[in-house]
Design a protein around this ligand. Structure first.
Ligand code: SF4
Ligand code: SF4
Ligand code: SF4
Length: 272
């Protein structure tokens, strides 16, 4: 049973959140929502333990399509960062605010950037592209994320300050247009830089939350340096250019790790 501890732990965390929110908010939706996500994550981890090659992708597609199609398009919830600002300004602790709190602000203290590896609907599409392993060195343009972050905040703040009517409808269209833009830019950059995750590395505004919180993540890939032969295979297959052989929290690109386990699969000495 010991090897199944991680899927059990993740399922327990999500069920705790599901039941707590269901009871405190008196809304059955939260029970369904977080149970579904927890089960999808646990299934992916279980399949990984069973050495199924596409385990992570199973979870990513289950959660990503659910959030994009069901929550976004059918339930009209803007789960993008604009939706988070919108709910924050209205003072409502619902949908996008809860989603951000769990997946992107406090959750990363436990599971790092698991969201980016197993749930994000933007990366779900980008991961189908041909450059799973970056073919070019990392660029020094990560500052763009802060500009995108500021634009999203200014956009929503301006709607409130100008007392624009029907902001809820605007948020729905912002979700549609925002996603189309994200996909277009993400796919364009992936081909330009020959790197599927270029959008995640340079543009995505959510990393402004994810990076500092995941620095303290409980769940991390660690290296048994007594087994490591410094072959460099782990770094070569890493989609996020993390130096996983360094166990310190300050390791190169440490806050970029999406827990995809590609390095673990590749290590010839089972040092990770
Ligand atoms: S960095 Fe942004 S786009 Fe990339 S996986 Fe994470 S949340 Fe999604
Ligand atoms: S390959 Fe390893 S270090 Fe790189 S993102 Fe995946 S889990 Fe993290
Ligand atoms: S792949 Fe394994 S043995 Fe090679 S450098 Fe990485 S941790 Fe060390």
């Amino acid at each position: 049973m010991k090897k199944y501890i991680l899927p059990i732990l993740m399922l327990t965390i999500f069920e705790t959140v599901a039941i707590t929110l269901w009871l405190t908010k008196d809304n059955l939706f939260y029970l369904f929502n977080f149970s579904y996500i927890g089960c999808s994550i646990a299934l992916g981890l279980f399949l990984f333990i069973k050495k199924y090659k596409h385990a992570r992708r199973v979870t990513q597609l289950l959660v990503g399509t659910y959030m994009l199609i069901y929550l976004g398009l059918i339930c009209n919830e803007n789960m993008q960062i604009e939706g988070f600002w919108y709910y924050l300004f209205t003072g409502v602790f619902e949908a996008a605010t809860i989603h951000y709190a769990v997946a992107k602000i406090f959750g990363p203290l436990i599971f790092g950037r698991g969201w980016c590896g197993y749930a994000c609907w933007t990366a779900m599409v980008l991961d189908f592209l041909p450059y799973k392993v970056p073919k070019q060195p990392r660029k020094k343009i990560g500052w763009i994320r802060y500009i995108v972050f500021a634009i999203s905040l200014i956009f929503v703040a301006a709607l409130f300050l100008a007392h624009v009517g029907n902001i809820e409808r605007i948020m729905f269209w912002a979700f549609i247009i925002g996603n189309i833009l994200y996909y277009a830019v993400g796919i364009g950059l992936a081909f330009l830089f020959k790197d599927n995750r270029a959008f995640c590395k340079y543009i995505c505004p959510i990393t402004v939350f994810l990076k500092p919180m995941s620095y303290f993540s409980m769940l991390r890939i660690k290296c048994d340096t007594s087994k490591c032969i410094s072959c460099g295979k782990c770094k070569r297959v890493c989609p996020m250019n993390v130096d996983v052989t360094d166990n310190s929290r300050k390791r190169e690109n440490g806050t970029e790790c999406i827990l995809c386990f590609e390095c673990v699969k590749e290590c010839p000495k089972k040092a990770l």
